[in-house]
Design a binder for this molecule. Sequence first.
Ligand SMILES: NC(=O)c1ccc[n+]([C@@H]2O[C@H](COP(=O)([O-])OP(=O)(O)OC[C@H]3O[C@@H](n4cnc5c(N)ncnc54)[C@H](OP(=O)(O)O)[C@@H]3O)[C@@H](O)[C@H]2O)c1
Length: 254
Amino acid sequence: MVLSMERWVGKVAIVTGASSGIGAAIAQRLVENGVIVVGLARRSEAIEKLARTLSDKKGKLYAVKADLSKEEDIKNAFKWTSENVGPVHILVNNAGIRNRTSLIDGDSEKWRATLNVNVIALCIATREAIRIMRKNDIDGHIIHINSVAGHKVPNIPNLDVYSASKYAVTSLTETLRQEINALKLKIKITSISPGVVDTPIFDEAYRQKETIKETLANRSLRAEDIADGTHYVLSTPPHVQVHELMIKPINELD
Ligand SMILES: NC(=O)c1ccc[n+]([C@@H]2O[C@H](COP(=O)([O-])OP(=O)(O)OC[C@H]3O[C@@H](n4cnc5c(N)ncnc54)[C@H](OP(=O)(O)O)[C@@H]3O)[C@@H](O)[C@H]2O)c1
């Protein structure tokens, strides 16, 4: 199999949650490979800051402010991209939150917020991307940033609906694949499922807990490792589809 990013040079990618962690690393890697990236997040100023550091690279990074819990923001971001940059070829559904409440006495607003961003926003963005790809006859690629927690429920406290939201992503990957097949489209769908990645999703207070401190120090991935995974699945030839890519740090306990 010949791996190459050449077919994506000068093409448009949308990366959700490009202001931090894994999304920022993926956006950076795509720009380095000549892709025109539109990064979506509420903190668009963080994406603009990243864009300035990439000004000498082959591709380009644009920042669009969007709260993905609002359908209008997602639609507007896709419209802005089509009108100002071009039709989307790659969508990386990366944005995600982990709110750390419980099921027994948890805060239902936090459950809603997690499901809204991790599941509903991913579905809306996917729908918008596929509409544009079909209209423009684009053999695009949709990548869902899932989690190992979307395949096995880890025994860690305050997981609340997070793992359920990622199980939904596993299921949505397969359902989308079936819909794409039924329509005989050449659009690829890939789920990438990381283990623990040292990113700001672990806030400072959480980092002080002994168990997570030890895990982050000795058994964690870096955001760039997931960007490597994204690079790999995008580099495959048109007839190859990586359906699921699970990436774990060596010695992960779960
Ligand atoms: N870190 C890990 O151990 C790990 C493991 C497996 C899977 N993952 C998954 O990887 C993805 C990225 O996580 P990360 O670790 O890189 O976390 P992170 O550093 O906290 O980044 C999360 C990103 O999501 C965006 N986001 C959250 N809510 C949003 C909203 N309402 N509207 C727009 N953007 C929103 C954030 O942007 P703004 O705050 O600027 O809006 C930020 O860019 C998530 O789907 C996560 O579940 C992470």
